[in-house]
Design a protein around this ligand. Structure first.
Ligand SMILES: C[S@@+](CC[C@H](N)C(=O)[O-])C[C@H]1O[C@@H](n2cnc3c(N)ncnc32)[C@H](O)[C@@H]1O
Length: 247
C-alpha cells in the first residue's frame, strides 16, 4: 500500500486549482445515503473523506460528522472549507489512517464514498471488522464498490485532466482497476480491487456484517463523453452497498 499517500496527495494537487467546494453532486450522495439508510440518523463517520465536500454538505444539513482522512493536503483543504461554511451539525476532522486509528465513539452511519479496495482482501476484511466495531447496533455501513466489468471494459481509456494525462487499465489476474496520472516524468497509479456482489459476500465472511441492499451508481460513456448518474448494475462503474450487523 506504498502508493496510497503519494497518489492521493498528487491527485489532490493536480485537481486543486479547479476545486470549488461542495456542490449538487454531494447533495445527491447525501440523498442516496439517506435513502439507503432508510431511517432517520444523526451521526456519520466518513472514511477517506478527501477534501471534505460530502462531510461539509452533511454537517450543513445538521448531521454530526466525523471525517477521517489520511493525506495532509486534503485535510488542510477540508479545514479551510469548514471555516468557510455555516454548519448546523458538528464536524470533527481527523487526520489519520483508518487501519490504525482508535475511535472512542460509535456511529449511526459509516460511509466510504469512492476508494474502497486499497490493498489485498485481508486488508479490506480488517477494515470491515474495524467498521463493524465503530457501528451502533442498529446502524448501517454504506460503501461504494467498484465493479470488475466496467473497469475491464474501459481498460486502455485515456483522457486529459487540464494539461495532464490520465489512463485507466485493468489487472485481469488481481481484478483491480488501475488509474494512472502522468505529470511530466512523474506518474502515480491508484490500484483498487473490484468486487462483484458475490465476491463481496465472500469478503464479508467473519466480519460480523451482512449485505442488505445494493444501489448501482453511474457510468461514463467514452463514446459520447457523457456521464450517466444511474445505470443498471451491468453497466455501472460502482454500486453502493448497505451492510448491517449479521445478527
Ligand atoms: C478516491 S478518494 C475519495 C475521496 C472522497 N471520499 C470523495 O469521494 O471525493 C479516497 C480517499 O481515501 C483516503 N484514504 C486512503 N487510504 C486511507 C487510510 N488508510 N485512512 C484514511 N483515509 C484514507 C485518500 O487519501 C483519499 O482522500
Amino acid at each position: 500500500m506504498e502508493w496510497v499517500k503519494k497518489f492521493y496527495d498528487k491527485q489532490f494537487r493536480l485537481y486543486e486549482e479547479g476545486l470549488t467546494g461542495p456542490n449538487e453532486e454531494h447533495e445527491e450522495i447525501l440523498a442516496k445515503i439517506e435513502n439507503l439508510a432508510s431511517k432517520p440518523f444523526q451521526s456519520i463517520l466518513e472514511l477517506g473523506a478527501g477534501g471534505g465536500e460530502f462531510a461539509i454538505t452533511a454537517a450543513k444539513k445538521g448531521y454530526d460528522v466525523t471525517a477521517l482522512e489520511l493525506v495532509s493536503s486534503r485535510v488542510d483543504y477540508m479545514r479551510k472549507l469548514k471555516s468557510e461554511h455555516h454548519l448546523i451539525g458538528e464536524l470533527e476532522i481527523i487526520e489519520g489512517d483508518f487501519y490504525e486509528i482508535e475511535l472512542p465513539k460509535s456511529f449511526d452511519v459509516i460511509c466510504y464514498i469512492d476508494g474502497f479496495g486499497i490493498g489485498e482482501d485481508q486488508d479490506q476484511r480488517k477494515l470491515l471488522k474495524r467498521m463493524s466495531k465503530w457501528l451502533k447496533p442498529d446502524g448501517c455501513i454504506l460503501i461504494d464498490i467498484y465493479t470488475p466489468w466496467y473497469w475491464a471494459y474501459v481498460a486502455g481509456q485515456e483522457m486529459k485532466i487540464g494539461s495532464k494525462l490520465r489512463k485507466y487499465n485493468f489487472d485481469f489476474i488481481g481484478c483491480r482497476m488501475l488509474d494512472t496520472w502522468f505529470d511530466g516524468e512523474e506518474k502515480v497509479t491508484q490500484s483498487l480491487r473490484c468486487y462483484s456482489p458475490q465476491d463481496l459476500n465472500m469478503l464479508l465472511e467473519d466480519t460480523g456484517l451482512t449485505l442488505l441492499d445494493i444501489k448501482p451508481g453511474g457510468a461514463m460513456d467514452y463514446m459520447t463523453w457523457k456521464y450517466r448518474e444511474y445505470v443498471d448494475l451491468d453497466k455501472a462503474m460502482s454500486y453502493m452497498v448497505k451492510l448491517v450487523p449479521a445478527n
